[in-house]
Design a protein around this ligand. Structure first.
Ligand code: GLU
Length: 261
């Protein structure tokens, strides 16, 4: 009897050890929570053509960042369709990742040294630059024409620092107005409250119309990375290894060509 009991206890201990080992194995990619939900929750842009854009005629998101999200869902969940896309802005994306509502952000999120202290970023899948949108009727042709002018920028974006540094280098002094969203900046440009709308060129493309033009000037490279929580290093490493693979095997180049970026 005693021997039987001993075997029973030993058996239970073995089972627990084995179960723990399995759990640990699953967690090496940091995807346990995503697998449990059987859904990948991704923050994307809805207004950046070719990157993250909500097409109102098809009711679908489209663009490079949407495709990358699909590839990640296929790897993690075996199904590119198991995604919930959540539209984000420069201001909302960080908090939505912090509070656990989203698993990752793939939304023109520029990798900076400062942001690396708060989030994990993958290797860049694309690099853009900061540009300027002006009204054709303004006669503004470059940064040199902007002395004393007002630049509309988004809160929590890299744009203000980038354009201000470039202006200072050529002795131009700028004023700034900060807005929460891009439609607000475009409205301010249209009504003359700001002289320039400055952000990444990819984003400006979504606001270009017959009355406006994107100037040839560009400042500060903007490398975009898949952004994950700082606390989940295994997920960041796993995502990064996949991005690196898709960069080297031509997958991302093909997508960049497909969306004409
Ligand atoms: N890419 C820039 C940034 O991360 C512009 C803001 C945005 O992505 O909306 O700050």
């Amino acid at each position: 009897m005693k021997v039987k009991k001993l075997f029973l206890v030993a058996g239970i201990v073995l089972l627990v050890v084995a179960a723990n080992a399995c759990r640990k194995q699953e967690d090496t990619s940091g995807t346990a929570a995503i697998k449990k939900a059987d859904l990948l929750k991704v923050g994307v842009k809805a207004d950046v053509p070719g990157f993250g854009f909500f097409n109102t005629s098809t009711n679908q998101y489209e663009g490079l960042e949407i495709e990358i999200a699909g590839l990640l869902a296929a790897e993690i969940l075996g199904d590119a369709g198991k995604i919930k896309f959540e539209p984000v802005t420069a201001k909302t994306r960080g908090p939505l990742l912090d509070n656990g509502e989203l698993d990752m952000i793939i939304a023109t999120f520029t990798i900076t040294d400062e942001r690396k202290l708060t989030y994990n970023f993958s290797t860049p899948y694309y690099t853009d630059a900061v540009g300027m949108l002006v009204k054709k009727s303004s006669g503004i042709g470059s940064l040199a024409d902007l002395d004393g002018k007002t630049v509309g920028v988004a809160q929590s974006a890299t744009s203000r620092e980038a354009i201000d540094a470039a202006a200072k280098r050529i002795g131009v002094t700028l004023k700034f107005s900060e807005y929460a969203t891009y439609p607000e900046i475009k409205a301010a440009l249209d009504s003359g409250r700001v002289d320039v709308f400055s952000v990444d060129k990819s984003i400006l493309n979504g606001y270009l119309d017959g009355e406006s033009v994107i100037l040839p000037d560009e400042f500060s490279p903007q490398p975009y990375g898949v952004t994950t929580k700082l606390s989940n290093k295994p997920l960041a490493d796993y995502v990064d290894s996949l991005i690196q693979k898709w960069l080297s095997d031509g997958t991302i180049v093909a997508l960049v060509e497909r969306f004409r970026l």
